[in-house]
Design a protein around this ligand. Sequence first.
Ligand code: UTP
Length: 300
Amino acid sequence: MVTMQKVRKAVFPVAGLGTRFLPATKAIPKEMLTVVDRPVIQYVVDEALQAGIEHLIFVTGRNKGVIEDYFDIQVELSNTLAERGKTAELQLLDELQPRAGKSSFTRQQAPLGLGHAVWCARDLVGNEPFALLLPDMIMQAEKSCLSSMVELYEQSGGGNVISVETCDPKETAKYGIVGRGSEVGSGFRVDGMVEKPKPEDAPSNFFISGRYILQPEIFDILETQERGAGNEIQLTDGMLKLADRQDFYAYHFTGRTFDCGSKEGFIEANVAFALWRADIRDKVRGNLQELMETVEPARR
Ligand code: UTP
């Protein structure tokens, strides 16, 4: 058992190459691709802020300077909006602006894997538990996934918490799968983690879905973590070692999740978030219906 400290900081690893979105990601980080009218990363930051996170830590890489610019004040733009009396737009920018000193950026230098990206945040996180949000995954729910995880973290008296969702039992080999132990608060104790098991070897069909609350001891483990699958330093390998020493709990998220790292997930996210928005919902719905009935696949 570890002593319970408040979760104040969140890490966003945004240093991946985003090869599935080439050619767009040649010049734009995939986290800046737009879902309706805001970049993917904004949804994930909103989720963290809703859960009470106070400091945002971005692990960036080459070509990712635009993410830092996005979270900064754009003085000329604000001045122009003010001159033109665009108060609603100014207010929106103001609402989304992280306060000075409440965000930090560090570079991964080389995309050696998610485990390595997380390790790069070690000095900025320090000796306290932290949230980790994979910006690829955006979630749609009235109450954010991370808010519910923070509650479970408090109910369980500390430890590590991961979000899980259920997959088709035939598809366990695509995911990190956890075993289901006894119920604890709004979740359950994790009884074993297996990376990409065959269906016959899988302890359940609960897969790890992109949100974590981790204790700082993960950094010592990642420091010496060897490369694993894909020749990358894998976070799951590090978590498996941490699970030998500390408790892990799972929160079963039942809202909608979109994998914006894949084309299909990204398109679905755009449709789902457009339909979620009262201001554009009806128009989009009608247009989609018409498109679904009339658009045929291109012949070339
Ligand atoms: P992915 O493996 O999905 O991202 O990593 P990727 O490598 O950017 O994408 P593809 O597969 O080439 O299209 C999951 C998350 O971890 C981050 C990514 O930015 C993404 O948010 N990541 C991954 C890093 O920050 N550094 C890495 O070395 C690898």
